[in-house]
Ligand binder design. Structure first.
Ligand code: DQA
Length: 158
């Protein structure tokens, strides 16, 4: 494991449906920051962690599946807020487990304090872990956790 590999770690950040409406959408649940604000926050955190982030949002399940497949060989980790697809999408879960890229799931709101249909995540069982309920900090903490996990794995790799 060379130092070059550690410093060039690349994380794909995926935002699912309706997250493009942040700032406007149910601010009492999701806060006032826009998606651009969250992406800027992630870029600042990535700089501090000395990794690269690429942020992408789509309202379409198949487009998110394509983005996950295209991440193979390009990114070392995936940070995902799949929005409502968290609770419905076997396709996104299968894509993530198919590419085997270490994944951390994040949510702005605490999905366990909300409607029962939000309590189940198809992604959680195949993710390293899930961070839910810290607003924009969920993304920042998720990125820290993902990078720490990927770096540790790289270090112990023979
Ligand atoms: C969300 C929670 C989901 O239940 C919801 O459908 C979203 C946003 C969150 O970040 O809190 O779109 O993923």
């Amino acid at each position: 494991m060379s130092l070059k590999n550690l410093s060039s770690l690349s994380v794909l950040v995926l935002h699912g449906p309706n997250l493009n409406l942040l700032g406007l959408r149910e601010p009492q649940v999701y806060g006032n920051l826009t998606l651009d604000d969250i992406n800027r926050l992630l870029e600042a955190e990535a700089k501090a962690l000395e990794v690269k982030v690429s942020c992408f949002q789509s309202n379409h399940e198949g487009v998110l599946v394509d983005a996950i497949q295209a991440a193979l060989g390009q990114h070392d980790g995936i940070l995902i807020n799949a929005g409502a697809y968290t609770h419905t999408s076997v396709a996104i879960r299968d894509a993530l487990s198919g590419v085997k890229i270490p994944t951390v799931e994040v949510h702005l709101s605490n999905i366990y304090q909300r409607e029962v249909f939000r309590h189940h995540s198809y992604i959680a069982p195949i993710a390293i872990g899930q961070i839910s309920g810290f607003g924009p900090d969920s993304y920042r903490l998720g990125l820290q956790a993902l990078v720490s996990q990927v770096k540790n794995k790289e270090i112990i790799k023979p």
